[in-house]
Design a protein around this ligand. Structure first.
Ligand SMILES: [Zn+2]
Length: 262
């Protein structure tokens, strides 16, 4: 039986980090990816080949799809379950199911139960909507946010105004990723916004990425969730390198973090 060493596990972990997944989900998936790799090595593949083959079948958009489903499972389902339970109790029926708890967080070493069915919630392959992924790989938006959505005093103009998006801390050159599948409707220089990319998504959503150092997609391009579209910079009116990220719904800005709670 082959068990990955620490360095090999770290390689797999780095791939997961690049998908911008939550720590809990990364830990859960890490175990399963490691097991799949170990199984392939058990069949005679060397480590690089086993990693390549395994990760190819787990593209970032697929991982993000899982994250989206988990968010639903862990947030919505227990609520529905509690409502159902309350109704059942009211009817005088003892209604007991074990509530499935989400996987414990923390990095787990690979378990050796290769026979076990892989943890694979149903992944919806259609376009994921609304855009909820983080545009900066490896970080959740709330963890790197330096300025939130809503009223604020502009850091340079010193005027009280509505901040149409959120500012995310990142170094110049950090890859900026599409936060949902869509079509590029603008890529270029846009006044105060500096180098900007705008992407149209399903359901009237548009995402806006501003103050970029460069864009790596062009108007008309179709992009998928997790695809690199640009790099962080400080073009336009910006104090320093950061990503200004907006989500518009039917042309009106919405709080990108609020979408996570839907
Ligand atoms: Zn901003």
């Amino acid at each position: 039986m082959i068990i990955l060493n620490e360095k090999q596990v770290a390689t797999v972990q780095a791939h997961l980090a690049s998908a911008g997944l939550s720590a809990a989900l990364s830990a859960e998936l890490l175990d399963h990816l490691c097991c799949a790799i170990e199984a392939r090595m058990g069949e005679g593949s060397d480590f690089p080949t086993a990693v390549h083959t395994t990760l190819k079948s787990w593209p970032i958009r697929h991982l993000r799809g899982i994250q989206k489903d988990i968010r639903f499972t862990t947030k919505i389902k227990p609520m529905l379950f509690r409502m159902a339970t309350a109704a059942a109790i009211a009817a005088g029926i003892l209604f007991m199911f074990p509530i499935k708890t989400p996987a414990p967080s923390g990095v787990t070493a690979c378990s050796t139960q290769h026979e076990a069915a892989p943890f694979l919630p149903q992944v919806n392959e259609r376009m994921i909507d609304p855009p909820t992924a983080s545009p900066i790989a490896g970080f959740e938006m709330k963890d790197i946010m330096t300025s939130g959505y809503g009223m604020r005093t502009h850091p340079i103009l010193k005027e009280r105004q509505h901040h149409r998006g959120i500012d995310l801390r990142a170094k110049t050159g950090t890859p900026v990723l599409a936060t949902a599948d869509g079509k590029v409707i603008f890529a270029g220089s846009d006044g105060k916004y500096g180098i900007t990319v705008r992407i149209l998504h399903e359901d009237g959503y548009v995402t806006v990425f501003a103050h970029l150092s460069e864009h790596t997609v062009e108007r008309g391009d179709h992009v998928i969730l997790g695809e690199k579209i640009a790099a962080v910079g400080s073009t336009g009116v910006a104090m320093g390198p950061h990503l200004h990220y907006e989500v518009l719904k039917d042309d009106k800005p919405v709080d990108p973090l609020a979408l996570l709670e839907r």
